[in-house]
Design a protein around this ligand. Sequence first.
Ligand code: NAD
Ligand code: TYD
Length: 363
Amino acid sequence: MSRLLVTGGAGFIGANFVHYWLEKYQDDRVVALDALTYAGNLVSLANAEGNENYRFVHGNILDLDLLDGVLREEKIDTIVHFAAESHVDRSIHGPDAFIETNVTGTHTLLKAAKSVWLDAGSSQHRFHHVSTDEVYGSLESDDPPFTETTPYAPNSPYSASKAASDHLVRAYHHTYGLQVTTSNCSNNYGPYQFPEKLIPLIVINILAGKALPIYGDGLNIRDWLYVEDHCRGIDLVLKRGKVGEVYNIGGNNEWTNMDIVKLVCRLLDDSFANDSQLAGRFPDSPAVQGKRAESLLTFVKDRPGHDRRYAIDATKTRNELSYEPKESFETGIRKTISWMLDNEPWWRGVMDGSYREWIDRNY
Ligand code: NAD
Ligand code: TYD
């Protein structure tokens, strides 16, 4: 039986991971810790409420005393560290929070783990750090995908802060012997993703009949990973990964932004054609006006320093851990769109408040 601390548990991937773990390992203890920033939503964890093996702690990873207390009180043996500022556009407008949470916050968590585990002589522990393919920089169209040995070349304040945190995790292993693993994954999508990220933003804008903003020429490429495949990948790293190692987790699924937006447009046009109730629920959507969703496509100014392409070579994770993504993009996107249509109160709720104000101030 393991006792997990999941930082950032009320965020997109963290909440999916909490649900995944509680369902798969029913005897394990899962403590979700989250500062509930604009991106953290307790309602994403509502399905875990009532499970006696689950607890939520409202707290900040910058708070060393709190972390120390939770690790001791809950006898945590495994940390899965998701908590971060995660949106590249926000890091361009305000990098400070990224340095505080992603660099200083990760370092505070490492210090707490070192003091509680190493100073007590624990030999059975794991600190798993969740990072991103963005630390490797940007690829040209004919470059080979990133491997675990690709030199770091982060280009945004977000990716630079994640790169710094990766180095600190590595250093705590080499210097102090903390038992760490790190995974670097590609762009996730799926349920509970905050609607400032491309896929949920496009779905919601189509439903509201609003412009679909395409940065630059729309030909930037990302590798897309269904969030449950990512959770399974982390599970494999925790169960079978070697301490001190880094594992890339990808979706074998490279798409241009333009093609993704067109796919989402097509699937939502089909949804309106097949479900007459949608017209009543979303009267401003283009389907109700007899138009195609693609009519909302709008080119906007490019993101400064916009990385052209990310792609992951997950050969090591496949060979050593038998990791393989299960979801195809078409099935994953369909699941995501139906989840959003079935969970309108969730996305309406998270879009109230600070997110709206921030968009209004910056765009
Ligand atoms: P998210 O922004 O949806 O969630 C982050 C969570 O961390 C939120 O619940 C927020 O409240 C919490 N948080 C922020 N600052 C905190 C602090 N100081 N103390 C405690 N909690 C704090 O992010 P996500 O998309 O779920 O990403 C999770 C992790 O995965 C991040 O480390 C991110 O860098 C990494 N990652 C994400 C993606 C992706 O496509 N979403 C891709 C690669 C890597
Ligand atoms: P995003 O979801 O912000 O993830 P990341 O920047 O971490 O890859 O963006 C994915 C891609 O979509 C990225 O190339 C930027 C682009 N994009 C748009 O074209 N329009 C948008 O409104 C957003 C949010 C992103």
